[in-house]
Design a protein around this ligand. Structure first.
Ligand SMILES: [Zn+2]
Length: 173
């Protein structure tokens, strides 16, 4: 919505009613430089897919917590520890930290956040690749299926944070 107030023609400095498209005095097009600057300075709220991303982070936090609860309740004897389960337990701990930082940063809307999230997701892809190579004793078919879905999911988010207009408009501070 535009407030009705007097503006100055940027070309001939004549006083004009705002909302006018051409200056009647010099016949130049009126470009509202001030409001264009405001559009750039004012960031979009965190919403849409960004909100979905924040929600998936929260869900992931609960899943990891649940994972640890299962380990604590049923216990895994040292005998049962494979390099795979050790890697997952350690990576989950790092991932938990990353998820909490990500959620906090999304709502701070800092400029570097999208690149940081892309970095985190690439790290997720790397960890997925490592766990895939460590898990040669698990049922391969289900593993490949799950891993493929996860890779596609992560790549979609990486593209979103790299190319989305909304992301660019939100993280501007
Ligand atoms: Zn003018």
């Amino acid at each position: 919505m535009k407030e009705s107030h007097m503006i100055e023609c940027p070309w001939c400095e004549a006083k004009l009613e705002s909302g006018i498209k051409h200056c009647p005095k010099c016949e130049n097009e009126i470009i509202d430089f001030d409001s264009r600057q405001n559009e750039i300075v004012e960031s979009s709220p965190v919403g849409g897919l960004l909100m979905l991303y924040a929600a998936t982070c929260v869900i992931s936090i609960f899943l990891i917590m649940y994972n640890y609860v299962v380990i604590l309740r049923y216990g895994i004897s040292v005998h049962n520890w494979t390099s795979y389960s050790a890697f997952i337990a350690i990576y989950n701990f790092i991932h938990l930290f990353i998820l909490i930082v990500t959620i906090l940063l999304i709502f701070k809307k800092r400029k570097f956040v999208p690149k940081l999230i892309v970095g985190f997701e690439v790290l997720n892809l790397v960890s997925l690749a490592i766990s895939y190579f460590l898990a040669n004793d698990l049922p391969q078919k289900a593993l490949i299926m799950g891993a493929t879905i996860k890779v596609v999911w992560l790549c979609l988010w990486i593209c979103y944070f790299l190319f989305s207009k909304r992301v660019k408009q939100t993280f501007i501070h």
